[in-house]
Design a protein around this ligand. Structure first.
Ligand code: GNR
Ligand code: NI
Length: 172
């Protein structure tokens, strides 16, 4: 297994729409493996393929707490097919926006349809941190970041900070 570098804003790829997976072949299975490795190494509770530069609708999640057994879930072509009216607020972070956290309001429960690694269609009802995480990851597949759900003032401030960091790292 191999970790892959995680893209950081303002990388333009993070704003693109990822392509559905037509066939789960060895390349897709290797991508999923590398994504789990990268996610656990970071560490993070979720990862979208675009965060490692692959424009494909693939997500890995593990919301097990420290000390608990691992609960790895890979979702291919995930779709939200229902969402609760009840909302919940979580302090979110993103591996592509390191060390920035802000509260985001999202539906408290969602029903997600996806293909598992075997290519079987599955549906799960997500709640709690898993519901928040799966919505955060599906946003990534559509070029949406959690900072798009916070105030413009806070978003502009964090975008500016990372733009400046990128300029310092690679001037012109
Ligand atoms: O590791 C992560 N933690 C997290 C916390 C609250 C809400 C969402 C997340 S996902 C994030 C990893 C990441 O950037 N996934 O795209
Ligand atoms: Ni993220």
């Amino acid at each position: 297994m191999t970790t892959r570098p995680i893209l950081i804003i303002p990388e333009p790829k993070l704003r693109t729409i990822s392509e559905p997976i037509a066939k789960i072949d060895s390349e897709v299975r290797k991508l999923v493996e590398d994504m789990f490795e990268t996610m656990y190494d970071a560490p993070g509770i979720g990862l979208a393929a675009i965060q490692v530069g692959e424009q494909r609708r693939v997500v890995t999640i593990d919301v097990a707490r420290e000390g608990e057994d691992k609960k790895p879930v890979a979702l291919i072509n995930p779709e939200i097919i229902a969402a609760s009216q009840e909302m919940s607020v979580y302090s979110e972070g993103c591996l592509s926006i390191p060390e920035f956290y802000e509260e985001v309001e999202r539906p408290a429960r969602v029903t997600v349809r996806f293909l598992d690694i075997e290519g079987q269609t599955r549906e799960v009802e997500a709640q709690g941190l898993f519901a928040t995480c799966v919505q955060h990851e599906i946003d990534h597949l559509n070029g949406v970041l959690f900072i798009d759900h916070i105030s413009k003032l806070k978003r502009d401030r964090v975008v500016k900070k990372f733009a400046k960091q990128a300029r310092r790292a690679a001037p012109l």
